[in-house]
Design a protein around this ligand. Structure first.
Ligand code: SF4
Ligand code: SF4
Length: 139
């Protein structure tokens, strides 16, 4: 007789929490790919900078098939990076806010440790609980 079992979702491997503490090196703001901006984030960032949506779009964003992304400086760093400082830090987009707790980075312990070669804050410093990680992913 064949016994069919329902495959349970395995517990996330990071159930016991993860260590992460940003050391403010700014690497994730330099040449690390595109940063998506939702329409709501367009409003938030424009308000934060005190500019109109038109100015924000013209000077800071690029329009793609699927929405807006932040422009880069010529050296491939994010347009919002000035020196070592993000000029929209309190209003930065979810993609930045939730890093490094992204689904693809949290896929496995190996992918988490692999990301550590790009982010020196991974696997060091403060311990984030499972709940905090999930909240951070959504905020
Ligand atoms: S790469 Fe990591 S440690 Fe460096 S600024 Fe980004 S989040 Fe912080
Ligand atoms: S918006 Fe700020 S935190 Fe996000 S990539 Fe640009 S400079 Fe870095």
């Amino acid at each position: 007789m064949v016994v069919h079992t329902i495959k349970q979702n395995p517990e996330p491997w990071y159930r016991e929490g993860l260590r992460f503490e940003c050391v403010q090196c700014g690497r994730c703001c330099r040449g690390q790919g595109i940063v998506w901006i939702s329409p709501e984030e367009c409003n938030t960032i424009a308000d934060f900078l005190g500019v109109s949506q038109d100015v924000l779009i013209r000077e800071y964003l690029l329009e793609c098939e699927h929405g807006f992304v932040l422009r880069d400086h010529l050296d491939m760093s994010c347009v919002m990076l000035q020196g070592d400082r993000c000029i929209i830090y309190p209003a930065r987009p979810l993609q930045c806010r939730s890093y490094p707790f992204w689904a693809e980075i949290l896929e496995s312990r190996e992918s988490w440790l692999s990301e550590a070669s790009r982010c020196p804050g991974i696997d060091r410093g403060r311990m984030w609980s499972f709940r905090e990680i999930r909240e951070r992913m959504l905020r």
